[in-house]
Design a protein around this ligand. Structure first.
Ligand code: PEP
Ligand code: MG
Length: 571
């Protein structure tokens, strides 16, 4: 709502202005209470915290009194509200501490909500029906805290690439998502039927009956295949010659953990902690994080879980931490860099993770480490926090493994040095690809250049694996590549011991691993490292999957065949 452009004529009667404001306040309050309940039920109580803060603001006597006073002065409820919000905004902007500064955004948020009620602006969206397709400009992670995702059948975004965080969240929740659909906001009409094919990225608006039937059938086949595979979830991921690969899943919500179990993942190889911060629009407190991590660890115990420290910035901005005006956010104050600048928030998270470490099988992972000095600085903070906990007598596991993500080329190139000072490596191929190929992972215009199977990326993976082997620390891959069928033979061939990706893809990866021979894929990996183009690598991988008989697989053969045909051309 552009408030300056909405007509508002105050009543002659001042009492009416006071009453209208009071009613708007009540309505806003009950709206926020409803949202709080929905989010709490959907994702867990810690995600609802932002709404508690907003409710507190609306119930704050000082805030309400200030507005009533301003109504007496301005004789207009709208002007009064606007004036008070502006004063609060300026006050909060001057606060140095980012945690308190960002509470200003909450005031602004609730203020806008009251204003909309006062002006009688109604949400023009109908309540969402089950099976809705959501069309947005950008698929931002915060959407997942705002929408009833269980009613969403698919998401289409006008902009964005295939590996943005919003897409990853959608994939984890098994919601088909198509991004970079130029013109879709113009073309799609509310209430219009559509088919979204997440596998090919095709959208059919107003499909006819025959097409609808065809897709309904395909969807049914897919569901049957998933059911078959899930029923075999206890089988190990072992190659024909007995080489064992650990298959884990990535998660970021409590709701994802159910999928980890359903699809037979052996643990969580990457727990992304950003969603809590995004839902809060700020750094979450130690208590809120602690509750979440403990529930995650408890749920999975005795299976292992790797919790990653906050990876904010880049495409996961939160307000009021000074990231808004960065020209190159992906190269800016992102991830570990941001946390090292915000020590208080970093320490709160480290304390929460360490405290959860007594409860189960936990590892801690630092994202986007680019140099030894950065690793040492971060580990220095961890040591300080350990001492602090020891002093308070708070229990934690002193042997909690601390590892790093290898997702910047400088880290892969200096992996032998880093390996000596950490307990494990996990290769974040989403970013490693972005930074190696200089291709923004969220930009659809360069999406055709983004390819983790580029020989340059493979060289860096190989260096990392070797460094890990020499230092005797485990090396996993936790980027989306880990669960891409074409990548599996190459990664196994390169000597990766653990693959962690989308939960729903775990059974498919397992079928692939079980059809491979470790020595054969080692030879494939050697050939891939010498390949001149990504296309040559695709061909090597596709040939292997085909000769392993996977195209004849009763459950996954159909669509895998299609995928291989695209990589290789028809037989
Ligand atoms: C990666 O970069 O590969 C990764 C797993 O981290 P994220 O996708 O959260 O940046
Ligand atoms: Mg990353």
């Amino acid at each position: 709502v552009d408030i300056d452009r909405v007509d508002y004529t105050p009543s002659e009667d001042l009492a009416v202005e006071h009453d209208d404001f009071a009613r708007a306040l009540d309505e806003a309050l009950s709206e926020i209470e409803d949202m709080r309940d929905i989010v709490r039920d959907r994702f867990g109580p810690e995600f609802a915290a932002v709404f508690h803060v907003q409710i507190q603001i609306l119930e704050d006597k000082g805030f309400v009194r200030n507005i009533h006073q301003a109504i007496d002065e301005t004789r207009s409820a709208r002007d009064a509200l606007q004036q008070v919000l502006e004063t609060y905004r300026r006050t909060f902007e001057r606060i140095e501490d980012p945690y308190f500064r960002e509470r200003g955004t909450d005031i602004e948020d609730v203020g806008q909500r009251v204003m909309s009620r006062l002006l009688g602006v109604r949400d023009h969206l109908e309540p969402m029906k089950r099976g809705s397709i959501v069309v947005v400009d950008q698929l931002l992670p915060a959407l997942f805290a705002q929408l009833e995702m269980d009613k969403v059948a698919a998401v289409i975004a006008e902009h964005g690439g295939q590996t943005s965080h919003g897409v990853i969240f959608a994939r984890t929740l098994e919601i088909p998502a198509v991004t970079g659909a130029t013109g879709i906001l113009e073309e799609a009409r509310e209430g219009e039927g559509a088919i979204v094919d997440g596998a090919t990225g095709t959208i059919y608006l107003s499909p006819d009956d025959a097409l609808t039937r065809e897709f309904e059938q395909a969807q049914h086949q897919y569901e049957v295949a998933v059911e078959h595979l899930d029923a075999m979830r206890e089988r190990p991921a072992e190659t024909l010659d007995g080489h064992r690969i650990k298959l884990s899943a990535n998660a970021g919500l409590l709701a994802d953990l159910r999928l980890v179990e359903k699809h037979g993942a052996e643990g969580v190889g990457l727990f992304r902690t950003e969603l809590l911060a995004l839902a809060h629009r700020g750094f979450p407190s130690e208590e809120e994080q602690g509750q979440l991590y403990q529930r995650v660890v408890d749920f999975l115990d005795p299976r292992p879980v790797t919790i990653r420290t906050l990876d904010l910035g880049g495409d996961k901005g939160i307000p009021n931490i000074g990231l808004d005006d960065e020209e190159n956010p992906q190269l800016g104050c992102r991830s570990i860099r941001l946390m090292l600048e915000n020590r208080r928030a970093f320490r709160a998270q480290l304390r929460a993770i360490l405290r959860a470490s007594v409860r189960g099988n936990l590892r801690m992972m630092l994202p986007m480490i680019g140099s030894l000095s950065e690793l040492r600085e971060a580990k220095g903070v961890i040591d300080e926090v350990r001492l602090e906990l020891e002093r308070d007598g708070t229990p934690f596991d002193p042997a909690l493994p601390v590892g790093i993500m290898i997702e910047v080329p400088s880290a892969a190139l200096t992996a032998p040095v880093l390996a000596r000072e950490c307990d494990f490596f996990s290769i974040g191929t989403n970013d490693l690809t972005q930074y190696t190929l200089a291709v923004d992972r969220g930009n659809e215009r360069v999406a055709h250049l983004y390819d983790p199977l580029h020989p340059a990326v493979l060289q860096l993976i190989q260096m990392t694996v070797r460094a890990g082997r020499d230092a005797d620390i485990p090396v996993s891959v936790c980027g989306e590549m880990a669960t891409n069928p074409l990548s599996v033979p190459i990664l196994v061939g390169l000597g990766i011991g653990e693959l962690s990706g989308t939960p729903a893809a775990v059974p498919v990866v397992k079928e692939i691993v079980r059809a491979l021979d470790a020595r054969e894929v080692e030879a494939d990996a050697r050939a891939a490292l010498l390949a001149r183009t990504p296309a040559e690598v695709h061909a090597i991988a596709a040939t292997r999957l085909r000769s392993a008989g996977l195209v004849e697989h009763p459950d996954i053969g159909g669509w895998l065949g299609q995928l291989l045909e695209d990589a290789l051309g028809p037989v």
